[in-house]
Write a protein that binds this ligand. Structure first.
Ligand code: OSB
Ligand code: MG
Length: 371
């Protein structure tokens, strides 16, 4: 196929509830939707970068720059794009900038599947017809408010409760959750790289709490110190920020830095690399789950598709639309079909349409590029 047009829309979607992590507080999502058109069919992808580089090195502006300057011009010149993997030589020519690549690659995967009339989940080799999902709860102003939110999420049927921690808001809130809701709730903590090896004694205090895992306790670019920490902890370590590729996953697993891996499609440069990490981890008996970046329904639909692969055995952060937005941009919105469970759509591509009205209401800028 030939891609005739690529469009970038910048959207600003207010969050229903502020989301605070160890790296900052978000009131709204400011992000890009990339759409790629061939003939009368359009595919959609989402950039998961934040406006500022507080989670990883990328930002909305760097994604825009790389797409406009390097990736889109090359893609619009391609004469023989038969499969999304044909983008690889273009991607190889640019070091890093994986969220930029993933946004474009996602649009091409959706377009490719829609042209073939197959679902994205099937095209990726997914076998599940429904996925279990969890929720990621931000840092709340008080332990009381955190307990209220945890209770409400348990009542809604979420299959995993993840709580953000940071220095000063870690052991006490996690203990309080266990005291209130018991030791059996599937519970984990995400530190977003807020600690160092100096904090080993503090992190060890989480061990008696029977957490499923602790996510990215140490630096965003570290693998080695996590292996040192894992030797001291009984709680499994899960890596998020540190894993950009199947090679990173292999290094982390080989040295014992991660017993679980969080796969985020954007962070690893797209669905093709996400699948490679999944396949490697499956062969190594390392369970994986799909993380989230507070995506709109479009990014979330991609996450649902990849989560249909068999080794996504742990519920992901792929919560339904109403956990984030008053109104999402997909039609239909993403919903539970039973508590804590989302059906994998069977329609072509991502399997969700676009709610044009809602989409346009959130757009703050549009740029179009043609052959
Ligand atoms: O570390 O997983 C993370 C949100 C923004 C940035 C980083 C992370 C998160 C989440 C929320 O945990 C996941 C979601 O609900 O989309
Ligand atoms: Mg994380």
């Amino acid at each position: 196929m030939i891609i005739e047009e690529i469009r970038i829309d910048r959207l600003e979607m207010p969050l229903k509830h502020p989301f605070e992590t160890s790296f900052g507080k978000l009131m709204a999502r400011d992000f890009l939707i990339v759409s790629a058109t061939s003939g009368d069919i359009t595919g959609y992808g989402e950039s998961t970068a934040f406006p500022l580089p507080f989670y990883n090195e990328e930002s909305t502006e760097t994604v825009l720059y790389i797409l406009k300057k390097l990736i889109i011009p090359q893609v619009l010149k391609m004469e023989n794009l038969e499969h999304p993997e044909d983008l690889d030589p273009i991607f190889q020519s640019v070091k890093g900038h994986r969220m930029a690549k993933a946004a474009l690659e996602g649009a091409v995967w959706d377009l490719y599947c829609k042209k073939k009339g197959i679902s994205l989940a099937n095209a990726l080799g997914g076998t599940k017809t429904e996925i279990d999902v969890g929720v990621s709860i931000g840092i709340e102003p008080t332990i009381g408010e955190l307990l209220d939110r945890v209770g409400s999420c348990i009542d809604q049927g979420y299959k995993k409760i993840k709580v953000k921690i940071k220095p000063g808001f870690d052991v006490k809130p996690m203990q309080a959750i266990r005291e209130r809701f018991g030791m059996d709730v599937p519970l984990m903590a995400d530190a977003n790289s807020a600690y160092t090896l100096q904090d080993i004694d503090l992190l060890k205090q989480l061990d008696p709490l029977n957490l499923m895992m602790i996510e990215q306790p140490l630096a965003y670019d570290d693998i080695i110190d996590h292996a040192t920490l894992q030797k001291e902890l009984s709680t499994p370590i899960c890596l998020d920020e540190s894993i950009h590729s199947v090679d990173d996953a292999r290094k982390a697993v080989e040295i014992g830095a991660a017993r679980v891996i969080n796969i985020k499609v954007g962070r690893v440069g797209g669905l093709t690399e996400a699948k490679k990490i999944h396949d490697y981890c499956q062969a190594m008996d390392i369970p994986v789950w799909c993380g989230g970046m507070l995506e709109s329904g479009i990014g979330r639909a991609h996450n649902i598709a990849i989560t249909s692969l068999a080794n996504f055995t742990i519920p992901g952060d792929t919560s339904p639309s109403d956990r984030y937005w008053e109104q999402d941009i997909t039609d239909p919105e993403i919903k539970f079909h039973k508590p804590g469970v989302i059906k994998v759509p069977e329609g072509p591509g991502i399997g969700y349409g676009i709610n044009e009205q809602a989409f346009n209401d959130y757009v703050v800028g549009t740029e179009t590029f043609s052959r």
